[in-house]
Write a protein that binds this ligand. Sequence first.
Ligand SMILES: Cc1cc2nc3c(=O)[nH]c(=O)nc-3n(C[C@H](O)[C@H](O)[C@H](O)COP(=O)(O)OP(=O)(O)OC[C@H]3O[C@@H](n4cnc5c(N)ncnc54)[C@H](O)[C@@H]3O)c2cc1C
Ligand SMILES: NC(=O)c1ccc[n+]([C@@H]2O[C@H](COP(=O)([O-])OP(=O)(O)OC[C@H]3O[C@@H](n4cnc5c(N)ncnc54)[C@H](O)[C@@H]3O)[C@@H](O)[C@H]2O)c1
Length: 458
Amino acid sequence: MTERYDAIIIGAGQAGPALASRLNAAGQTVALIERKLVGGTCVNVGCTPTKAMVASAYAAHLARRGNDYGVRLDGTVRVDLEAVMARKNGIVEASRKGLLSWIGSMERCTLIQGQAVFESPTTVRVGDRLLEGARIFLNVGARPMSTVEGHEGVPALTSTTILQLRELPQHLAVVGGSFIGLEFAQMFRRFGSEVTVVERNPRIISRQDEDASSELRAIMEAEGIRFRTHANCIQLRSNQRGVTVSVDCEQGEPEVEASHVLLATGRRPNTDDLNLQAAGVKMDAHGFVITDEHLRTASPTVWAMGDCNGRGAFTHTSWNDYEIVADNLLDGGTRSAADRIPAYALFSDPPLAHIGMTETEVRQSGKPALIGKRPMSRVGRAVEKGESAGFMKVLVDAESRRILGATILGVGGDEAIHCLLTCMYSRQTYDLVARAVHIHPTVSELLPTILQELKPLA
Ligand SMILES: Cc1cc2nc3c(=O)[nH]c(=O)nc-3n(C[C@H](O)[C@H](O)[C@H](O)COP(=O)(O)OP(=O)(O)OC[C@H]3O[C@@H](n4cnc5c(N)ncnc54)[C@H](O)[C@@H]3O)c2cc1C
Ligand SMILES: NC(=O)c1ccc[n+]([C@@H]2O[C@H](COP(=O)([O-])OP(=O)(O)OC[C@H]3O[C@@H](n4cnc5c(N)ncnc54)[C@H](O)[C@@H]3O)[C@@H](O)[C@H]2O)c1
């Protein structure tokens, strides 16, 4: 017998449960299908566990630097990985439990455990249950992807399996020098592992400006992390002590001997086992669902939100997708994903936060622009905290006086950058921030100063 719902949501990631709540409040019946754990990537194997572990790594780092602050600690600082993992697991479980109880409180929402597969544009099968929905929403996320060929049989870690480690790697080789690779690299170095990052591009985080790449690399090198960039033709093979990573680099030894290897080479959407053809949903060459700016797919009954639509790979972009779909369908809104300003942070220490255009993009656009830049060593609060590595950089359109983009690699930068982001969303000129009185002593208080000292972009 076919079960009928007003809406079917496939995937209980960031967007799914929130959309279920809004539809439920609007009186609609909803089937929410999840094949693994509610909360998806962010809660279970992404943001929440990693940021909990980053916090443990920071505590270890600060303890080692105690002398810098006049704090004497007797004995060596040692990280108990089991305790770190237990703390992380507690935070993750509490978050997932909260989510489950929220979903349970939705009167007209049925949570169904299992793998969903389309049978038609309005029907989905989960095991032996056939569900029909007037509207179907995809929130299926993505999973780790390896771009390293021929490593079958070599025990390589992913961002998911590394979260279950019980023993500290003696030497962790990280393939991929971007978000996932760098967050784990610094974390495990601070836990006590030797760490080598292997990146095929000439520089790490290559989508960022050169100054951000080189400064973050220098910060990490100062902590003892080794880098092998320009690394081509990477091959993995097992050896008695762990894994050998062969790298064809311009400099350095041709092999990295490691006890463990983490593959952090990108993620691919979970769209290959949904039978999307039966729904008339189109994908691009990488498997991302093609959507318009309102997140409608090629099928008039199907929408796609979150990582699977390729319009963002962050929790906040998935959440924003939910808001766009819900407001447009339920409140007659006209919200568009095209209005979103790029914004993200890499949670290294110090964090690297970025909004809008990079300096490279501004130069390529040919717009007359102004730039302001200040090292964190000239930010009072950073100096007082003893965390003065990095810089703040803001780019402004010389004609409209609107902020084009900003990068803050520095303590508190992940928070401070939001006053510039709000100014961009409010479509005001930068004078709004330049004339606002900020609280002393904060990192944010230097943003007006930078904006008052802008110079033409040479
Ligand atoms: C290690 C790591 C750290 C990260 N850190 C951050 C961070 O600090 N900040 C940030 O903004 N982003 C971070 N991200 C990215 C962030 O986690 C994702 O962008 C976000 O979780 C995407 O959410 P989503 O809603 O698209 O889907 P997901 O959260 O991935 O959820 C999709 C769900 O769909 C389910 N599913 C898939 N296919 C089916 C099917 N056929 N049937 C039923 N269920 C199905 C899956 O089991 C999953 O639960 C991180 C990612 C990783 C891997
Ligand atoms: N703080 C955050 O918000 C956060 C944290 C973690 C992950 N994420 C999300 O997860 C996504 C995936 O992260 P990611 O770091 O895995 O992917 P990514 O696509 O950002 O980076 C992959 C890196 O691996 C390199 N690479 C690819 N193949 C390689 C090879 N064979 N040899 C050497 N280097 C190789 C690439 O050049 C690139 O630098 C990110 O785009 C991000 O949106 C976000």
